[in-house]
Design a protein around this ligand. Structure first.
Ligand code: HEC
Length: 153
């Protein structure tokens, strides 16, 4: 009797798990909330990394600075996928709707920001004007994009 009972219990558990596995979304699909919060976190991270880059390069610590430049470069490429159509509003997004009207141009700016960081990592050591080069290849890209595609904050 006890044996029979536990088989039935197991059956019940397996059937329940089987049904549940279809009623939850796949884990690889991020929710709107996760996407918006995810891109904010990546931008914030890039900002703190950019400040570190500025510090390290000014001190002449180029090896560390270069690694961080390449990390920022990669993050920009990742960010391109963080703006799907269904993430235009909510969760305190500062993204403006014009992003999706001019997606091609927006992506172009993101790609330029990425390639400029890679370029920066190649030339920074031989630059005569560290601050000026960081301004041109790092900071100017933030402003170029924010002035058009990010809300006033
Ligand atoms: C190609 C466009 C683009 C570039 C380049 C870019 N940003 Fe942004 N940034 C955005 C957008 C769009 C948002 C708004 C994201 C949201 O709230 O959905 C944003 C948001 C931010 C935020 C706020 C994140 C939060 O927690 O709300 C910070 C900080 C930031 N960016 C810093 C930078 C810095 C620093 C750079 C340059 C080193 C930079 N960004 C380059 C488009 C860009």
């Amino acid at each position: 009797m006890i044996f029979k009972y536990s088989i039935n219990t197991l059956k019940y558990i397996f059937i329940t798990l089987f049904i549940l596995s279809f009623s939850f979304p796949a884990y690889s699909e991020l929710s709107v909330e996760e996407i918006i919060k995810g891109r904010k976190a990546l931008f914030s991270k890039n900002y703190s990394t950019a400040k570190k880059v500025q510090n390290l390069a000014s001190k002449g610590d180029f090896e560390k600075a270069k690694n961080l430049m390449l990390e920022m470069s990669e993050n920009y490429i990742i960010l391109i996928d963080y703006f799907p159509e269904n993430t235009k509003e909510g969760f305190k997004t500062e993204s403006l709707p014009i992003i999706w009207e001019e997606k091609e141009n927006f992506n172009k700016l993101m790609t330029k920001a990425s390639t400029d960081m890679a370029e920066l990592s190649k030339i920074i050591e031989d630059s005569d004007d560290i601050k000026g080069t960081l301004g041109k290849l790092m900071w100017s890209n933030c402003k170029a994009c924010h002035s058009k595609y990010r809300k006033e904050h």
